[in-house]
Design a protein around this ligand. Sequence first.
Ligand SMILES: [Fe+2]
Ligand SMILES: [Fe+2]
Length: 273
Amino acid sequence: MSHRPEPRHPRFDFSELPQHWFADAPGLTHVANGLNLIFPHGERFFVRSVKHYLDQLDDPGLENQVRGFFGQEGSHAREHEAFFRRLESQGYDVQSFLGFYTRSARWLEDHFPPALNLAITAAAEHFTASLGEHALTDGILDEAHPVMRDLLRWHAAEEIEHKAVAYDVLMRVHPGYANRMLGLCLGSVLLVGYWVIGSVMLMRQEDMTSDRQRGLRRDLRRQRQGVVRGVFWRAIRSYVRRDFHPMDHDNLHLAEAEIEAMADRLAPTRQAA
Ligand SMILES: [Fe+2]
Ligand SMILES: [Fe+2]
C-alpha cells in the first residue's frame, strides 16, 4: 500500500480545440464538458477534506501519499481551468454554472461534519478511479480530439494512481461503515446532479435544430449505457462491501502503461492561449 502518487505538471495547449471536440457530436461533447466543469472545485474540496486530518495521521508513509495526491489534484484543477478558458473563447457561458456550483457545494461542505466530507471524497475518488479505468480500457476516448484525449487519459491514469489515498485516510480517522455509506449516497447524488446540470447548461447554449435534438438524444443514450451501467453500477456494488479496499482491484499497471506511453506529452509546454 506504499504506492506514492507522483505529481506531474503538464501544460496542454487548447488553442486549436474545436467546439465539438468529441466525435464532432454536441451531445457527447457537452456530457464530457459537464464532467470537466465539476472537476476543479471538486478536486479542491477533496484536498481540503483530507487536509483537515493531516496532522492526525501520525503515519509518514500515508502523509507522503497524501502530499502526492494533493499535487496531482492541484495539477488536474489547473489544466481543467485552462480548458474552461477555451470554452469561454468559443462563446460558452460557463461562469453562471460555476458560480451556482461552487457556492452551493461550498455551503454544503461548511454544513457537513468533516468526517462526512471525507467520506464523500473517498467515494468520489472511487468513482473517478472507476471512470479512469473505463476511459483507459473501453476506447471511449478514441473519437476525442487529441488534446482532450491526452488531458483525460493523463487525468484518468493519475486517478488510478491515487485511488486509495483518501480511502486510507478515512479508514484511519473515521472507519465506520455508516459514515462511509452516507458518503457514497451523498457523493453519488452530488456528482451526478452537478454533472447533469453542467451538461444541460451547455447544451441549452447550442443552436437547437430538430436534427440536432435527435443527435443529442442519440449521444446521450450512448453515454448512459457505457457510464451509468458499465461504471457507476459496478463501482457502487464493490464499494458497499464491508471489506472493500480500492487496491483489491489491481489496475495500477494501466496507469503506469499510460503515463509511460504519453511521457513526452506530459512535459510542461503549453503555448500562450
Ligand atoms: Fe483529479
Ligand atoms: Fe482524484
